[in-house]
Design a protein around this ligand. Structure first.
Ligand code: XBP
Ligand code: MG
Length: 262
């Protein structure tokens, strides 16, 4: 007797992997950007990144890479000097110190629904992880300032900054996280806010929920599994498209599991 073909079952959802800047919180315009400018002033570089220019520079992921890219565009000769990477490192060291002070002052808030979803996932025994291009110190500071001192320990793995040689949109950071978690891509969902982040997550095979922020609204999110205004809360539902269909509601764990099975 001929057997019915086995339909491929998706494995259950085991982990949620979050980008940081733009996804957990809107950190760029009033956080990273301001910290870069303070570092430029301290070093007397005469550089200033206004809000619009910074939006363009965000195409280059990673703070050190962004500084070098800008330097090359305004003064290619000095940027080509052998000691250029030392100045870039010094700018970035100072910038990180300013950014950490800003985060620790408690001025940053998580985006709507992020804390709720993290807590739900934790209670349900899902693994949490981070895949970001910013540094681990910045991630821990943000988590502590917004969710409490123990929050960094909620995350089974933090893939950050220079722990891989190539930053997003390269998939290296997501592949690194998957390896650390010991999970396959189809056991996880990624959360991103930008086209570069989406390409990185998709390149590693993860289905990705994109919640654009004001800097990334115009990006091309082709290939995203869902593109939503945000995650939402009971009093503030969100809208968008999931698997090609219009959707509105609040993104909760039951919803994610349902989508992940589909
Ligand atoms: C955002 C970035 C980062 C930050 C600055 O990454 O590209 O470079 O702008 O952080 P993601 P650093 O959205 O993946 O978190 O200066 O520490 O690189
Ligand atoms: Mg981001």
């Amino acid at each position: 007797m001929a057997r019915a073909p086995l339909s491929r079952q998706r494995p259950p959802l085991r982990a949620l992997v979050f980008d940081v800047d733009g996804t957990l919180a809107q950190t760029e315009r009033d956080g990273h950007r301001v910290a870069f400018n303070l570092a430029f002033d301290e070093l007397g570089l005469g550089w200033h990144w206004d809000s619009r220019l910074y939006g363009e520079l965000l195409e280059v992921t990673g703070g050190k890479e962004r500084v070098l890219h800008y330097w090359r565009s305004v003064d290619p000769q000095t940027a080509a000097r052998a000691d250029a990477s030392q100045l870039v490192a010094e700018v970035h060291r100072r910038k990180t110190a300013h950014y950490l002070r800003h985060v620790e002052s408690g001025q940053l808030r998580l985006r709507c629904g992020v804390a709720r979803l993290l807590r739900q996932a934790r209670r349900a025994g899902l693994l949490l992880a981070i895949a970001t291009t910013t540094s681990e110190a910045n991630v821990h500071a943000l988590l502590r300032a917004t969710l409490g001192a123990s929050a960094p320990a909620w995350f089974a793995c933090v893939g950050a900054g220079d722990c891989v040689p190539r930053k997003k949109p390269d998939p290296a950071i997501y592949l690194w996280v998957l390896q650390r978690l010991g999970l396959a891509a189809d056991e996880c969902l990624a959360f991103e806010d930008s086209a570069a982040g989406l390409r990185s997550a998709c390149g590693a095979g993860l289905r990705t929920v994109v919640t654009p922020d004001d800097y990334t609204l115009q990006h091309d999110f082709e290939g995203a599994w869902a593109v939503l205004d945000g995650l939402g809360e009971a009093h503030a539902s969100v809208r968008g498209r999931v698997a090609g269909r219009e959707w509105s509601g609040v993104v909760g764990l039951r919803q994610l599991r349902e989508w992940a099975r589909a």
